[in-house]
Write a protein that binds this ligand. Structure first.
Ligand code: AVJ
Ligand code: FE
Length: 452
């Protein structure tokens, strides 16, 4: 959302929250109405919850934060809190729980929403309560629903059977003038202290120094990645970290998830549709280790999270950190492929209006981008409003992904937003782009060309 949200009147803020609640619910309903009762309660993959769990969990979080905490109202269904607590039950066990059925779930989330709209009508945004300032708790719950909607979209991708989702194709790509650009580096302000709906791990803004580096102008494509596959990349331990090579053996990896070799031709299946591999689309459904191995094979490396954000937010003309690669304006359909408007990443070059000042494209939307960084707190981090959003995940188990995918809503896909997952995960809508160190001779050449 816009950081000018604090300029809105209470009525303006109420209207904006109502619209965002409505938008996220429409998406949840679309993703759950698309399948029958059996598909809602079934577990499509051990990696995922049954869709009906996500659905009721969305309602339960909304009840906990907005009905009970912000609203101070009586619980709707305290008896089910435990069933929908993500920390009590791992995803693999959720189908065995006495979950609410589809009809009960719809009634429950509907009842919660009615109460929330009543709370929204009466809430005072300016009572100095941090949870309610700038409607933060409402923004957090809207983002929570949208994040689970992306998770449910990933469940759809894992689901067998006839296609049930439909959307227009993304815009066409174009040839980029350069494959990589030199980012001069410097000190910039990373993270945010002013985006009202930024989550705790994006805060606070802090100065970070970045050395000069090269970064790819686009995500690595299926065509690029296919060369690595055909060149024997998955059979050569040289390209892989020790943990990555162990994962190749353990999971028998031979290529990205959802790629298949059919009669000598590579195909990929998405939301039930199989087609020849589109070579100019960003590669997707690779794990961190695959991204890391490709980068090494290509003579490059993954960018750090700091390098990713510098490329996405730093404006060399003013020295200022901006909200997005294209400026401070919230993303429009011309800037980025977000919000499940299309059901896949757009080909490289499809979003010239979304380019950064240095010409780095498709940083926001299309595919989440693996970075080389572990998920760590920023200096001055404070868990808010609960430890289980970020704090309990910090450490070396998770790698950071940035930028959002075609399945991420714009209310989530801030330039500062940080996602994280285990380095072996491939069901998320993740790809990557490469970076490399700038050599002294290249820096000298760049300086020279600026002088002439
Ligand atoms: C930020 C996407 C890693 O799905 O585990 C949802 C978001 N947190 N409910 C996740 C989240 C609590 C989180 N990710
Ligand atoms: Fe959740």
């Amino acid at each position: 959302m816009t950081h000018q949200l604090s300029d809105l009147s209470a009525e303006g803020l109420r209207a904006l929250v109502a619209e965002q609640l409505e938008r996220s619910r429409a998406r949840t309903v679309q993703l759950t109405d698309a399948v029958d009762t059996d598909d809602l309660v079934r577990q499509h993959s051990k990696l995922m919850s049954p869709l009906v769990w996500d659905y009721a969990h969305i309602g339960n979080q909304e009840e906990l934060w907005l009905v009970r905490d912000v609203g101070g109202r009586e619980p709707v269904r305290q008896d089910i809190d435990e069933l929908y607590d993500a920390f009590m039950h791992p995803r693999a066990d959720r189908p065995t729980l006495p979950l609410l059925g589809p009809a009960e779930t719809r009634a429950y989330v509907g009842e919660v929403r009615d109460k929330v709209l009543d709370v929204l009508d009466h809430v005072k945004f300016d009572h100095g309560r941090e949870l309610v300032d700038n409607a933060f708790a409402f923004g957090m719950i809207v983002q929570h629903e949208q994040q689970h909607d992306e998770t449910m979209l990933a469940t759809h991708q894992l689901r067998a059977g006839v296609p049930v989702l439909d959307a227009p194709p993304p815009p066409p790509g174009r040839r980029l003038a350069a494959a990589e650009v030199l980012v001069p580096g410097g000190t910039f302000e990373m993270g945010t202290s002013i985006e009202p709906w930024a989550l705790d791990n994006e805060r606070p803004a802090h100065a970070v120094r970045v050395a000069p580096y090269f970064i790819d102008t686009a995500p690595v494509t299926n065509g690029d990645y296919l060369k690595f596959v055909l060149g024997g990349g998955y059979e050569d331990a040289r390209w892989w970290s020790e943990a990555g090579w162990a994962q190749v053996q353990k999971a028998s990896l031979v290529g990205p998830r959802f790629w298949d070799l059919v009669d000598g031709q590579w195909t990929r299946t998405r939301f039930g549709h199989s087609e020849l591999l589109p070579l100019d689309e960003p590669v997707m459904h690779v794990c961190f280790y695959e991204a890391e191995a490709y980068a090494k094979w290509a003579g490059k490396r993954l960018p750090t999270e700091e390098e990713w954000e510098f490329a996405a937010r730093f404006d060399p003309a003013t020295g200022r950190t901006r909200r997005f690669p294209w400026g401070d304006e919230s993303p429009g359909p011309q800037h980025a492929n977000l919000g499940q408007r299309h059901l896949g990443p757009a080909p490289v070059g499809a979003y010239p209006a979304g380019a950064s000042p240095l010409g780095v494209e498709q940083l926001i939307g299309d595919v989440w981008e693996w970075t080389s960084s572990d998920f760590r707190p920023y200096p001055g981090f404070r868990a808010f409003p609960y430890d289980e959003y970020s704090l309990v995940f910090f450490g070396t188990d998770y790698k950071v992904l940035r930028g959002g995918s075609f399945g991420t809503d714009e209310v989530v896909a801030r330039g500062t937003f940080r996602n994280w997952d285990y380095p072996i995960r491939r069901q998320i809508f993740a790809g990557f782009r490469c970076a490399r160190d700038a050599q002294p001779a290249e820096l000298a050449a760049a300086e020279h060309s600026e002088l002439v």
